[in-house]
Design a protein around this ligand. Structure first.
Ligand SMILES: C[S@@+](CC[C@H](N)C(=O)[O-])C[C@H]1O[C@@H](n2cnc3c(N)ncnc32)[C@H](O)[C@@H]1O
Length: 190
């Protein structure tokens, strides 16, 4: 795992080159803990992460998930993909995929995964047009297991209404200890 300084420098570099990176610093440990408290780490789980970046959530999840769990990381930025591959090398529980979250159905099929217990997402939904956003939310709900959860964090509260359209129950929390201090976290149940 990169140090806090090198992690932030890699964000700034990638932020300047790729607008989808959408952040100048990785998520804070406060945000990571707030989101991941919704995951039951006592059981084997299939977990997917959309937009892991340099892996702050991935590392926290890998440290806690069981030997029988699976973590599938879907990241569109090739530099972050390289960092994630290095970070997770040799861990048989992980697969890193350079692709877009919008292709979740095909990606799961390629990995022979039928249903997902948790999808954790930090991709900037505000950058997606309405059609793409609703299609991705519908696909995300569809690939979740019956008791599956979509755990998503976003700047500002723009995603609450769309989440409520697609998920049966949505819990929202605000996390100010982050750069920027405008983060909302949601636990959305299928
Ligand atoms: C705001 S950063 C969050 C990174 C990391 N999860 C964190 O919390 O520090 C968004 C990440 O999502 C990736 N990304 C953006 N759009 C994506 C998409 N459609 N599919 C997969 N990854 C995407 C970006 O390259 C970037 O790594």
């Amino acid at each position: 795992m990169p140090s806090a300084l090198s992690g932030t420098l890699s964000y700034i570099k990638n932020f300047l080159r790729d607008q989808d990176v959408a952040a100048i610093a990785p998520s804070s440990s406060f945000l990571v803990r707030r989101v991941c408290k919704w995951i039951d780490f006592d059981r084997d789980q299939v977990i997917v992460e959309y937009g892991p970046g340099n892996g702050v959530f991935s590392e926290y999840i890998l440290d806690r998930m069981t030997a029988g769990s699976t973590l599938l990381l879907i990241e569109s930025n090739p530099e972050f993909v390289k960092m994630l591959e290095e970070m997770t090398a040799g861990d048989p529980r992980v697969a890193v995929v350079e692709d877009r979250a919008e292709r979740i159905v095909d990606i799961l099929q390629a990995h022979e995964i039928d249903a997902v217990d948790y999808i954790v997402s930090g991709i900037p939904f505000s950058f997606l047009d309405d059609d793409t956003k609703h299609t991705l939310l519908a696909r995300t709900r569809d690939v979740l297991a019956k008791r599956g959860k979509f755990l998503v964090y976003q700047n500002y509260n723009h995603l609450e209404a769309p989440l409520r359209e697609h998920f049966s129950e949505v819990t929202k929390e605000y996390e100010p200890r982050n750069i920027p201090p405008t983060m909302f976290a949601y636990e959305a149940r299928k």
